[in-house]
Design a protein around this ligand. Structure first.
Ligand SMILES: Cc1cc2nc3c(=O)[nH]c(=O)nc-3n(C[C@H](O)[C@H](O)[C@H](O)COP(=O)(O)OP(=O)(O)OC[C@H]3O[C@@H](n4cnc5c(N)ncnc54)[C@H](O)[C@@H]3O)c2cc1C
Length: 462
């Protein structure tokens, strides 16, 4: 196909093509993590599949760098690029719930808050992340960890099919019977294989979660972490709770005397009746002397958006992550040391449980490989002020360096910055080779490379 000219692209898409100098350019190029300030040559705001095909063809025939943006939340700023083309999917928003089949068809521009909004009236929910402004696209393709992981598995464990625009501009539907290799790769392999324009998920009957935090003073964090590692790995699957070091924000929902206090805590989010969840978490909530211990039945969309206000777009974020199989006493001691040194109010460390239902899927069943890990650990230095970028980065790296020797090796790709090829391979382990072969079949020229990149098998061999 000869190179498509810009005027041809403009004439063939229904969405806007935004370029430097256009009034919309500055807002259109911004991504969630303000550490990234990239200037694409063009941004196509696709409104339908035909727009996505036209944009993919334009990038390919002009040899342009191509970035695909869902919610724009990626820690490594992978929803944009310098000088290339960005396909912004944010206007592709439709959602259809099939209540009888308990399935949901979701447009690629949706955020998780859109999905919760659409499914909640039916008493249904799709397992997703803990912030509602995160994009469905990036979170799903990397795996998807959140409040429902122990009960219903990762987001990819609930993916039934995906419509995909491939690198050559053709469109396929991938599911268990059609393009099964592609479907396997999409479940954890990120945006390496094409632009997913629509996702179909299995939903579950969840209307409320018994949710809320228990906070302890920092000097009890060793005792708390040791109790946490015992409780969560042996708890029934309806119990979920991620551990965190955090600073209690000055929000009205917290008592004044706790504002800006650094603490450790567990954010509980349990399915099932309140009494059952309260009883199952009690042994942990009785450890030490909690500063605050409050859970209640809350609508699921409320739980999934509790942190949205604390983390608006435009903050500086520095990310590091690992998978963790066991929390040894030595690791607990390092956590206590670095957790106590949180550099800013927004900075935090979370340990998300990924056992329960997520463990019942074999490591070769989807591209997401770390099925025997018990936690996805993420350390994020966060602050609104770019002047603090060096401080939050140093704290994050020091913390990571201290804990990495106790980790399982790789990391959840959605919690990584740009850390190089070795780290990507470590995160997929023995699934990498199969991913590279599928990449060679579907994207041999590596058009989709602004991601945690899987190199096509032939190029890797060369
Ligand atoms: C505040 C915050 C909270 C988070 N919480 C969680 C959490 O609880 N659980 C969790 O699992 N993750 C969480 N994440 C991580 C999140 O999953 C990743 O940042 C993810 O990449 C975001 O997806 P996105 O679509 O918003 O990002 P984008 O920046 O738009 O895209 C990220 C990557 O995915 C690709 N991509 C996106 N959409 C498509 C598509 N339709 N087709 C092909 N490729 C696509 C992009 O090309 C890019 O490589 C969180 C991130 C943030 C910033």
């Amino acid at each position: 196909m000869p190179a498509i000219r810009l005027e041809q692209l403009r004439a063939s898409v229904r969405g806007a093509v935004i370029q430097p100098g256009d009034a919309a350019y500055e807002s259109a190029r911004a991504v969630y993590n303000a550490m990234f300030d990239k200037r694409p040559a063009s941004i196509v705001r696709a409104v339908d599949v035909a727009d996505v095909i036209a944009a993919v063809d334009y990038a390919r025939t002009n040899g342009m760098l191509l970035a695909v943006r869902g919610g724009g939340h990626n820690g490594g700023g992978l929803g944009t690029c310098d000088d290339g083309l960005v396909i912004d999917l944010s206007l592709m928003k439709g959602i259809r719930v099939d209540a009888a089949a308990r399935t949901v068809r979701v447009g690629a521009g949706c955020l998780w808050g859109d999905v919760d909004h659409a499914t909640h009236p039916y008493g249904l929910a799709v397992p997703c992340g803990v912030i509602s402004s995160t994009g469905v696209g990036g979170l799903t393709l990397g795996g998807g960890i959140g409040h429902l992981t122990r009960a219903f598995g990762l987001t990819v464990d609930n993916l039934l099919s995906a419509d995909v625009v491939l690198a050559d501009g053709t469109v396929v539907t991938a599911d268990a019977s059609n393009h099964p290799d592609l479907f396997w790769a999409l479940r954890g392999g990120g945006g390496n294989f094409g632009v997913v324009t629509s996702f179909e998920f299995q939903a579950h009957p969840v209307r409320t979660l018994y949710a809320g935090p228990t906070f302890w003073p920092l000097d009890q964090s060793v005792e708390v972490l040791k109790a946490y590692r015992e409780l969560i790995t042996s708890a029934p699957e309806y119990v979920n709770g991620f551990f965190a070091f955090l600073t209690i924000p000055p929000a009205p929902m917290f008592p004044d005397h706790l504002h800006m206090q650094k603490v450790c805590g567990v954010m509980w989010s349990c399915t099932g009746p309140a009494a059952r969840a309260a009883a199952a978490t009690l042994p942990m909530r009785s450890v030490g002397t909690p500063l605050l211990d409050h859970q209640a039945d809350m609508p699921l969309p409320v739980v999934n958006s509790l942190f949205d206000g604390l983390y608006p777009p435009g903050l500086q974020w520095y990310w590091r992550a690992d998978f963790v199989e066991e929390l040894s006493d030595a690791a607990v001691a390092e956590h206590a040391r670095h957790g106590a040194a949180l550099p800013t109010m927004h900075s935090t460390m979370h340990l998300y449980p990924i056992d329960g239902a997520a463990h019942r899927v074999a490591r070769s069943e989807t591209a997401f490989s770390y099925r025997e890990a018990n936690w996805a650990e993420v350390i994020v230095g966060v602050d609104p002020d770019p002047a603090n970028a060096a401080t939050i980065t140093k704290w994050c790296k020091d913390y990571f360096d201290a804990l990495h020797p106790y980790s399982a090796g790789g990391a959840y790709v959605n919690f990584m910055m740009d850390e190089g090829q070795e780290r990507v391979q470590a995160s997929f382990r023995d699934n990498y080779e199969r991913l590279a072969a599928i990449k060679a079949a579907y994207d041999p020229a590596n058009l989709f490379r602004v991601n945690q990149n899987i190199r096509p098998a032939v190029a890797a061999a060369g």
